[in-house]
Every structure is written in structure tokens, then in C-alpha cells.
Design a protein. Structure first.
Length: 563
């Protein structure tokens, strides 16, 4: 999976890999007669590419050790000042203000700059430059790419790169561009097998407009083929939440290489442009998985989903007849849900999130950042409910989102936040998520107001009970209620608060409640308020309507709070 993003940068670098090839074809309206135009298709390192009317700026001046002797220092070149002796008059004639300098230094660093001032002395030149745009390299045309990560990995393994060298000491069967994980993890009577396989393809079309900072046409989408089939097994009764980051099972020094070290790649393009450098780093790799299990006896349970997700966007800047839009297709479906021996409740959430950074030409000429997150969350219960003992129900949702940003010259110029979508994959059986809260009891009101001048805080204790054996509160609650004054007027209606439970036991918890009171006059505040119409819901949508009075075993009609 990581190499998928490694080859995202390869894809961008391949925007210019074949610019040295002569081809034939009709010119687009953006192409000048003197431009070098390429119409070509082919493949390299797992990337299929098509060049359509791709025009190179005819005023591009390439300087390298083959046609010049470079005399300026590295620091001078970094500051945009270049000195060299040319080996032909033809090169010298092109060194004029406004043309584009493409200089490859002796240590293969590429400088892509616009000529601002030229100081000649015989066959020696000193050139002052400013930043150049990607549109200064291409005058028009487009490039279409499709990157197959499996083929790309094969190509990478066949080359002697620093990434391959760093794999010494690894299990050589480890596949790092396609996440394919089948293995068991055991913890305190719980066994997890992620049983997950993901492969991917990147497709891209980029069109260029003359002198534009960014391409004027960008169409990008990822096609992710996935099978997420986790298997859960419990040796006996358990009531616990488990958390994993499956990225921990990627070899540590490979993660360090990807997350902490910039990876430099040189893309050979032939004599015309030479090697094009790209720099890739990974901001973050997360494969978190959370499982909450409340089972009464030995159980096992499996779910199965597979299909294809296509997520991307089409961006157009001044292209006639085209409007920017999102690309989203989701064919993820469930294959099956196995009820097998589940005696209780299992709630799971597994997602994959990767944030790459890509930079071309070893400069801030064009950089790309992205983040794609997708995953599967489930709720399943079988034969473990105190109130619905024969119920089996399961719900599974696939979710996804993506964010991309493009920048040039150190500035972010375009950001897109792609669909945040949830898709229900299955909804089997029926189970009503109810719970009970009872025995409301509170201490004295706070001395000082908790909000404004007329609201006071109470420390409240509540009893609770789930319909699942041994299940305990595991997160925040949302409480909705109305507050009435002692004279019957409404002080708050539909008030919604988030409760963070404290001192949680198997059947009770504490929380703070801030309640308003009626102002009688400027010096006097009423002593009594009433809470009515109470609803409490937990993070997994277990809901209680009202609070039970243990003396009557029926809901309180109202709860009285006195200062």
C-alpha cells in the first residue's frame, strides 16, 4: 500500500518522462508551430501513459555537463545565480531574458528557472533567474496515466534502489504496496485475524496551459479493490474494548524510511531533459482497528465485504465547456455475515489512512499532498441479550473520504475535500438498542453559578443497565431534556448536553449537570427547577427515554432540583 503512494510521485514525475521522443500528430490550438509536440503511448515501471499533443516550450534551454562547464557554486545556484561556459554558440544564442533555463548540476540536481538577466563574457555567461512555473515547461497538450501498484512493485524490486537496499533483514515476502494481511493477533483470550487484502490503481489526466502556475486540467481518481474480512474469536466471557494499529506490524525500519526519511527518485527521460528528480515523504500511516466485545461465553464471528471504490476529482481552470466535479463510484458489497456462535455483542471499526507528500524537481515548483481514508464499521449481536435472547442482528457500513491539495512556489493554490460518504453494506435481523437509567440522585448545588448568574451545578449519580450481560459504559453520553421553573414557565427546551461519565462501575456513574433557575428580581432567584422529557443515548445509539424511579419502577414525570 505504501508503494502505491511512492508511485503516485512516479506518476507525476512521468508527466515529463517521454518529452524527448519524436512523434507525429495534429497540434492543439494551444501549440505554437515551433513547439516540439509528442503523441505517444507506452508503459514503464507499472505505469501506462498516453501523451496527447504534449508541447515542450521551444525556448527551453538545457544546460548540463554535456554542453557546458558549470562554474557557479551550489549556494549561488540555490539563490538563482548561474555561471557556466557553453560549448556551442547555439546554446549561447538561446540565453536571453524570458527563456527558461533547465540546468542539471554535476550532482544531478535540477534547477528549473526563468531567465531574468544575462551577462556574457566570450563563451562564459552569468545568468540571473526567477522562479518558473510548470506552464513554462509545457505549452499545451495533456498526459494520461494509469499506475498499477502490483506491476509497479515488481519493477521496483527489479531495480537496485535505496528502498530495496533498506529491506535487508526483512521478511522478503512482505508486500508493502498492496496491503495483504492474514495473521492472528491474540490478547487476553481474544483473537483477531484482519484477513484483509487491498490493491489499487491510480488513473490521471493532466492538461497544460501556457505560463500557468498549475496545470489547467487535472483529473485524478484512485480505484481501490478491497476485501475486508475480519474474524473475531473469544475464548470465554469478556467485556472489553481492544485497540490496534496494524501499521505496527509493518517492519519498523521500513516505517522509519517512509515516515522520517525523504526518498529521492530519479526518473530517466533521455537526452532532452535528463533525469527528473522527485522527492517523496509520508507524513502519516495509520491502520487503526477498534473492537468492543461484550460476550457471555466462548464465541466467534466473521464478516466479509469486497468490491471496488473509485474516488477522485476533475478540476478545470478556464477550460471551455468543462466544469469541475467529484468522481465517486462505490461497488463495495457484503459477501456474507457469519452468525456462528456469537453470544453477545461485537462492535468493530477498521480503517486505513495514509498522508503522502510529493515534490518535483527538488524545488517547490509543484507539490502535492493528499489523504485518503476508508474503512468498515460494524455492529453485531447474537443470542446474548437479556431482553431479546434469540435475536441476531448485524449492520455494516463502509465509509470513505479524500482530501487533495496542489501548490506551487510554496503556496497552496487548490484544495479539494472529496465525498465523506457512508454506505450501508448490510442490515440483517432486528435488534432494538434500548438501555435503562434509574435512581437519579444528586448532591447540593454549587455555591457559585456554573453558567451566567442563575444556573447552578449538581454532582449527579445515575444507575444504568444494558440488555447485554456485563456491558459497561465505554464513552460519552448525549442527554436531551427540558427545564421548567417553579411557576411552570419554560427555562430551557430541547437542551442537549454531552456527558462524560466519571467513576464508572458495573451499574452506576457520576456526571455534572448545570441547571438554570428563574430570576424573581434583581436580588432574588427561585429555589426550585424541574427537569422533564429526558432522553439519554450512548455513542452506539443505545437509547433510554426517561429515568426510572426505583420506588415505582416507572419513569419520573419530573426530577426536582433545589438550591
Amino acid at each position: 500500500m505504501k508503494n502505491f503512494y511512492l508511485f503516485l510521485s512516479l506518476a507525476f514525475a512521468l508527466l515529463i518522462t517521454s518529452c524527448n521522443d519524436d512523434s507525429h500528430g495534429d497540434l492543439s490550438s494551444a501549440v505554437t508551430p515551433s513547439s516540439r509536440v509528442i503523441n505517444k503511448s507506452g508503459s514503464a515501471d507499472g505505469v501506462d501513459y498516453t501523451l496527447k499533443n504534449l508541447a515542450i516550450n521551444p525556448n527551453l534551454v538545457k544546460i548540463s555537463s554535456k554542453n557546458a562547464i558549470i562554474t557557479s557554486s551550489k549556494s549561488e545556484m540555490q539563490n538563482g545565480r548561474f555561471s557556466f561556459q557553453v560549448l556551442s554558440d547555439e546554446i549561447g544564442e538561446k540565453l536571453v531574458p524570458g527563456n527558461i533555463l533547465y540546468l542539471v548540476s554535476e550532482n544531478d540536481i535540477v534547477y528549473f528557472r526563468k531567465i531574468n538577466q544575462v551577462s556574457p563574457s566570450g563563451n562564459s555567461y552569468t545568468v540571473e533567474t526567477t522562479e518558473a512555473y510548470i506552464g513554462d515547461l509545457f505549452n499545451g497538450g495533456s498526459i494520461e496515466l494509469s499506475v498499477n501498484t502490483q506491476e509497479a512493485e515488481k519493477a521496483l524490486k527489479s531495480r537496485n534502489t535505496s528502498l530495496i537496499a533498506a529491506r535487508e533483514g526483512y521478511n522478503n515476502s512482505f508486500t508493502f504496496d498492496i496491503f495483504n494481511h492474514i495473521g492472528e493477533y491474540k490478547s487476553g483470550g481474544y483473537t483477531l485475524n484482519p484477513n484483509t487484502s487491498i490493491s489499487s490503481t491510480l488513473s490521471m489526466k493532466i492538461g497544460f496551459g501556457k505560463s500557468l502556475i498549475l496545470p489547467n486540467e487535472i483529473e485524478v481518481y484512485y480505484q481501490i479493490n478491497q476485501a475486508i474480512n475480519p474474524y473475531f474469536s473469544f475464548d470465554g466471557a469478556t467485556n472489553k474494548k481492544y485497540s490496534y494499529d496494524l501499521a505496527q506490524n509493518i517492519p519498523a525500519n521500513l516505517l522509519d524510511l517512509l515516515k522520517k526519511i525523504e526518498i529521492d527518485i530519479d526518473i530517466p527521460t533521455g537526452d532532452f531533459l535528463g533525469d527528473i528528480p522527485a522527492t517523496i515523504s509520508i507524513d502519516e500511516i495509520n491502520i487503526p482497528m477498534e473492537v468492543e466485545a461484550n460476550v457471555s461465553k466462548s464465541s466467534h464471528f466473521a464478516i466479509n465485504s469486497n468490491g471496488t471504490l473509485k474516488i477522485g476529482f476533475a478540476y478545470y481552470n478556464g477550460v471551455p465547456g468543462k466544469t469541475s466535479h467529484f468522481i465517486y463510484e462505490n461497488s463495495i458489497t457484503r459477501a456474507k455475515v457469519a452468525e456462528a456462535d456469537l453470544a453477545g455483542e461485537v462492535i468493530s471499526d477498521m480503517k486505513i489512512s495514509i498522508k503522502p507528500k510529493i515534490k518535483l524537481f527538488d524545488t517547490n515548483l509543484l507539490d502535492v499532498k493528499g489523504n485518503i481514508t476508508f474503512g468498515l464499521n460494524t455492529f453485531s449481536i447474537g443470542n446474548g441479550s437479556l431482553t431479546q435472547p434469540n435475536a441476531f442482528a448485524s449492520v455494516g457500513n463502509f465509509y470513505s473520504s479524500g482530501t487533495f491539495s496542489f501548490g506551487a512556489l510554496g503556496l497552496t493554490l487548490y484544495t479539494t475535500d472529496i465525498f465523506k460518504e457512508n454506505k450501508e453494506l448490510w442490515n440483517i435481523g432486528s435488534f432494538t438498542k434500548t438501555m435503562t437509567f434509574s435512581n437519579f440522585r444528586n448532591g447540593k448545588a454549587s455555591i457559585l453559578p456554573c453558567s451566567g448568574l442563575t444556573s447552578y451545578s449538581y454532582e449527579v449519580t445515575l444507575d444504568y443497565k444494558y440488555p447485554i450481560t456485563g456491558k459497561m459504559l465505554s464513552g460519552d453520553l448525549v442527554m436531551t431534556y427540558d427545564v421548567y421553573a417553579d411557576n411552570g414557565t419554560v427555562l430551557e427546551t430541547g437542551k442537549t448536553i454531552t456527558i462524560s461519565p466519571r467513576n464508572i462501575t458495573a451499574n452506576s456513574f457520576n456526571f455534572s449537570l448545570c441547571v438554570p433557575f428563574r430570576r424573581i428580581n434583581i436580588l432574588s432567584i427561585a429555589k426550585t427547577s424541574y427537569i422533564r422529557n429526558i432522553t439519554i443515548k450512548d455513542a452506539n445509539d443505545y437509547t433510554a427515554t426517561g429515568i426510572i424511579n426505583p420506588a415505582t419502577n416507572s419513569p419520573y414525570t419530573q426530577i426536582t432540583l433545589t438550591r
